[in-house]
Design a protein around this ligand. Structure first.
Ligand code: COA
Ligand code: AMP
Length: 549
């Protein structure tokens, strides 16, 4: 079907689809003919999709008529139409019509099922192991996302190894990564890893809560005899908040637990995507009676940089809050701001030795210089992960947060720089600063401090609503800001650098550290007053975290 649209090895194909089997089929079809796929997450607005179309100039686009969120239908085809217009892109779009809500097709649109019926069989094409399998954009510190490029052979090697040695899975096992095809987990562990190993992969187009109740995870595990679950901590936090006693899974009866769902098939739960707070991990472990293992990775890495095994969990050797130890090929170190290795237990920048192992990114699409400057320049001998934390004397790595302007909202990686760009473009705004406030379920949520131009003719409340709407419209619903505050001035150093850390401490209720270089210290107390008056206060999931931020 792709061949018939003129797609050849080396071409890029954009896939903009919900979590349905056809999304995986689309990725595998590209891999089969040597086309490089670029999957775009459905929660992004048209503008973000257009940015990715401009960056990759795809030969064809694959989409579906719609997706389903808890409370609404996501009009994939409509959003794509807008993005194509914004990017002034031309080419064929293959549309998978979902029966629930089909889309109106335009002149360049091709009905997927019809095209597939007419397409002749197509043999797989052998490609060099370094052939770019996919591009996956992720947030950097600026508004422009980074198109991480993944090779083919190294990636497959790493994934195949990880399925047995990290997740303990073999052929016939059922692996469920409760993620989205638009994220790296969706590539590595909804698609390539499990299928390569001969496992069944489970796709779930739903939420942990409210679709329709709090038992959806337990129901899916029972129905599909899931052996290993991989999810973001935020999913467990959402279930815990809605059902702290776990009554959707089991209830006490005659001194015993009576289970409403049979989860006997489940062997372990793996968590990643953001820091996991120990209370949530302990709660899940107690409820499920299975090891709940945190492991750390990034879009750039492609698979886990650090991980722990169920055997380590049974032996009780994993310290609370640790994300495991370095996996083969990853030389993980903690260094100070000058790149000097720190003693075990001291907090600093987490870096990795080069060369990076198989599976790790090979470049940034169209921007090799940015690849070098973003990752390999700050510390010349190391890959700068952008994460901070510490490594204990036994090699367990504790990842505490980012060192850059990236935030993690409900397991979704967002750039505060990208949000600031949207707000700063509003004509009444003089400048703004966005920070990720601590949130008990989502880990972090974006909030903005906005300074209006002197000639702005509007009420502060209207400007705040406009800023929130602009971010939602331009970046997407997942980036929706929790609050915006119009303030007179932003706290800055005398050299003009905005003190984002001070702002963050204020909203998180941590005593604000005010550097001696501050231009005007009175700004801090004024902002503190505004934030308090509005009753906005960050609520950390993690007692350990505050002291390391
Ligand atoms: N397509 C379109 N819109 C999406 C979307 C998608 N794939 N995913 C989320 N959105 C929308 C939601 O509908 C919501 O819109 P709304 O403001 O109109 O309600 C908005 O983006 C925010 O969504 P989300 O951050 O998911 O919040 P939520 O309250 O709907 O759900 C959680 C909260 C914690 C249950 C949910 O975020 C979750 O399950 N997170 C896990 C994420 C994950 O697995 N990440 C992968 C990392 S490995
Ligand atoms: P992404 O590229 O979207 O997978 O996001 C990667 C970022 O998420 C990392 O750089 C970390 O900041 C964070 N992250 C992922 N896994 C963990 C973890 N287990 N513990 C702490 N932070 C994590």
């Amino acid at each position: 079907m792709l061949h018939q649209q003129g797609v050849e090895a080396g071409d890029v194909v954009v896939i903009y689809m919900p979590v349905i089997p056809e999304a995986l089929i689309a990725m595998l079809a590209c891999a089969r003919i040597g086309a490089t796929h670029c999957v775009v997450f459905g929660g992004f607005a048209a503008n973000e999709l257009a940015t990715r179309l401009r960056d990759t100039s795809p030969k064809a686009i694959l989409t579906a008529s719609c997706g389903f969120e808890a409370k609404r239908v996501i009009p994939y085809k409509e959003t794509l139409r807008e993005a194509i217009h914004l990017a002034a892109w031309q080419g064929p779009t293959l549309v998978y019509q979902r029966k629930q809500v089909p889309a109106m097709l335009g002149v360049d649109d091709i009905d997927w099922e019809e095209a597939e019926r007419e397409a002749p069989p197509c043999p797989p094409l052998a490609v060099p192991s370094t052939h770019p399998l996919y591009i996956l954009h992720t947030s950097g510190t600026t508004g422009a996302p980074k198109g991480i490029v993944r090779d083919t052979g190294g990636y497959m090697t790493a994934l195949l190894w990880s399925m047995r040695n990290i997740y303990g899975c073999g052929p016939g096992d059922v692996f469920w990564a409760a993620s989205d095809v638009g994220w790296v987990v969706g590539h590595s562990y909804m698609t390539y890893g499990p299928l390569l190993k001969g496992c069944t992969t489970v796709l779930y187009e739903g939420k942990p809560v409210g679709t329709p109740d709090n038992a959806s995870f337990w129901r899916v595990i029972e129905r599909h005899r899931v052996n290993v679950l991989f999810c973001a901590p935020t999913a467990l936090r959402a279930i815990r908040k809605a059902d702290p006693a776990g009554l959707a899974l089991r209830h006490p009866s005659g001194g015993q637990w009576l289970y409403q769902y049979n989860i006997n098939s489940l062997r372990a739960v793996f968590l990643a995507g953001e820091r996991c707070d120990s209370p949530t991990a302990n709660w899940a472990e107690e409820l499920l009676g299975r090891p709940v293992l945190d492991h750390w990775w990034q879009t750039e890495a492609g698979w886990s940089i650090t991980a722990a095994t169920p055997a380590e969990a049974s032996a009780g050797v994993i310290p609370p809050g640790a994300a495991g130890r370095a996996m083969p090929g990853w030389d993980v170190q903690c260094v100070d701001d000058d790149g000097q290795p720190l003693q075990a237990g001291s907090s600093g920048n987490i870096v990795c030795g080069v060369p990076l192992p198989p599976g790790a990114m090979t470049t940034i699409w169209n921007a090799h210089d940015r690849y070098v400057s973003s990752y390999f320049t700050r510390f010349d001998r190391w890959y700068d992960t952008g994460d901070a934390g510490f490594i204990d004397p036994n090699g367990y790595v504790h990842v505490m947060g980012r060192t850059d302007d990236v935030i993690n909202v409900a397991g979704h990686r967002l750039s505060t720089g990208a949000i600031e760009e949207v707000v700063a473009k509003l004509d009444k705004v003089a400048e703004c600063a966005v920070v990720g406030m601590a949130h008990p379920i989502k880990g972090q949520v974006p909030i903005a401090f906005v300074v209006l131009r002197d000639d702005a003719q509007c009420l502060p409340a209207d400007a705040e609503s406009e800023a929130i709407k602009a971010v939602r419209d331009n970046l997407g619903a997942i980036a929706t800001m929790q609050a915006a505050f119009v303030v007179d001035k932003l706290p800055k150093t005398r050299s003009g650098k905005i003190l984002r850390r001070t702002l963050l401490q204020m909203v998180d209720g941590i005593p604000a550290s005010i550097p001696a270089t501050i231009e005007d210290a009175s700004v801090v107390s004024e902002i503190e007053r505004v934030v308090k008056a509005r009753g906005v206060q960050g609520e950390s999931i993690d007692a350990d975290r505050g002291e390391h931020r």
